[in-house]
Design a protein around this ligand. Structure first.
Ligand SMILES: NC(=O)c1ccc[n+]([C@@H]2O[C@H](COP(=O)([O-])OP(=O)(O)OC[C@H]3O[C@@H](n4cnc5c(N)ncnc54)[C@H](O)[C@@H]3O)[C@@H](O)[C@H]2O)c1
Length: 333
């Protein structure tokens, strides 16, 4: 097969493009580089620079590269920004997907994998969260991911395409330092950022109904996530047209923010200033942990890496971009 990976120059996309390519699949990446880096791609993977909303470019790319399957990761992903700029999020994440699906249907592509998110669940009341837990997204970002799932499934059924929606939980870590996440919107880079500036990492609330009072999340190593894409791609290649899969990608293990802060201190060797507990953030659920049962059964996939490896590899990537952070006494654990 030949896979078009949209957003393949991004943090997760570059790991997915590499995993597919290393497993012997042909890969072409389409990325507008709004948040991507071409140097993340291995030399054998061609990069087409442009947006998924550009229909003529999509038509050319699908035809010229003989694309037979699509992994669609290109999207805007900041929850807070989506509240400020809902129109931009709907345009990029929903309109962009519509244009891509139209091109894919016209080209006769029969396999489509969509990058969804645990944000579709909002504030889930079930623990662990299964794929049947009601989806009540709390932000425009989460809404665009849920609407994206609907679009993908409906298109697959109507046009005989096998589809998969992967709902990622909290993605962290890197296969190698150059591939690390550049943003500081997730808790691990937020902790690194504070420590690099000599400030106390902030913990938002320690009065939640959890064992240590801090929020619990399910962290998934980006290498495991990329392997889940490879397993899904292989499964899609066998599935009859019109079939769909919706799968959580998490470990099924919860880690509290306090535990994470302790691990960050251990791995970085930076223990001062100690974390500071501040007020809760509105809309933060106490615990969100995936049930990873369905993906295990469907794909035989299981995560291989733990949270320590996520923190250690993320720190190596952070130090590459922030050499001042890796100074004396601050080693990689
Ligand atoms: N990072 C997470 O924790 C997380 C969690 C759940 C879901 N996701 C989803 O995973 C996907 C990838 O996230 P990421 O963390 O790698 O983000 P990222 O910003 O690093 O990667 C997104 C890539 O898409 C590109 N892009 C954006 N809009 C585009 C467009 N219109 N046309 C072509 N390219 C475009 C960007 O340049 C970037 O390279 C997104 O769909 C995101 O919603 C991420």
């Amino acid at each position: 097969m030949t896979w078009l990976v949209t957003g393949g120059a991004g943090y997760i996309g570059a790991h997915v493009a590499r995993a597919l390519s290393e497993a012997g699949e042909r890969v072409v990446v389409l990325d507008d580089l709004s948040n991507g880096l071409p140097e993340r791609l291995p030399p054998e993977v061609p990069l087409v620079r442009g947006t998924v909303s550009d229909r003529p470019l999509l038509d050319r790319t699908l035809a010229e590269h003989g694309v037979t399957g699509v992994v669609h990761l290109a999207a805007k992903k900041q929850v807070g920004e989506s509240v400020e700029r809902p129109l931009a999020y709907y345009r990029e994440n929903v309109h962009g997907l519509t244009v891509l699906l139209e091109a894919v249907v016209a080209a006769g592509v029969r396999r489509f994998l969509f990058s969804s998110s645990a944000a579709v669940y909002g504030m889930p009341e079930e623990d662990p969260v299964t794929e049947d837990t009601p989806c009540v997204p709390l932000s425009p970002y989460g809404e665009t991911k849920l609407a994206g799932e609907w679009l993908v499934r409906a298109t697959g059924r109507a046009h005989g395409m096998a589809t998969a929606c992967l709902r990622y939980f909290n993605v962290a870590g890197a296969a190698r330092p150059e591939l690390a996440d550049l943003g500081v919107s997730n808790v691990i880079p937020m902790f690194f950022d504070a420590l690099t500036r000599g400030e106390a990492p902030r913990i938002f609330g320690d009065d939640y109904p959890t064992p240590d009072g801090t929020c619990i999340r399910d962290y998934i190593h980006v290498v495991d996530l990329a392997d889940a894409h490879l397993a899904t791609a292989r499964r899609l290649a066998e599935l009859p047209g019109g079939e769909d899969l919706t799968l959580n990608v998490g470990t099924g293990r919860g880690v509290s923010v306090r535990e994470l802060a302790d691990l960050v201190a251990e791995v970085t060797g930076v223990r001062e200033p100690a974390p500071l507990v501040v007020a809760r953030r509105p809309g933060d659920p106490a615990g969100v942990v995936a049930s990873a049962e369905r993906i295990g059964k469907e794909l035989g996939w299981a995560p291989r890496y733990g949270v320590r490896q996520m923190v250690a590899s993320a720190w190596e990537g952070w130090c590459l971009r922030h050499p001042e952070a890796g100074g004396s006494g601050r080693g990689v654990g």
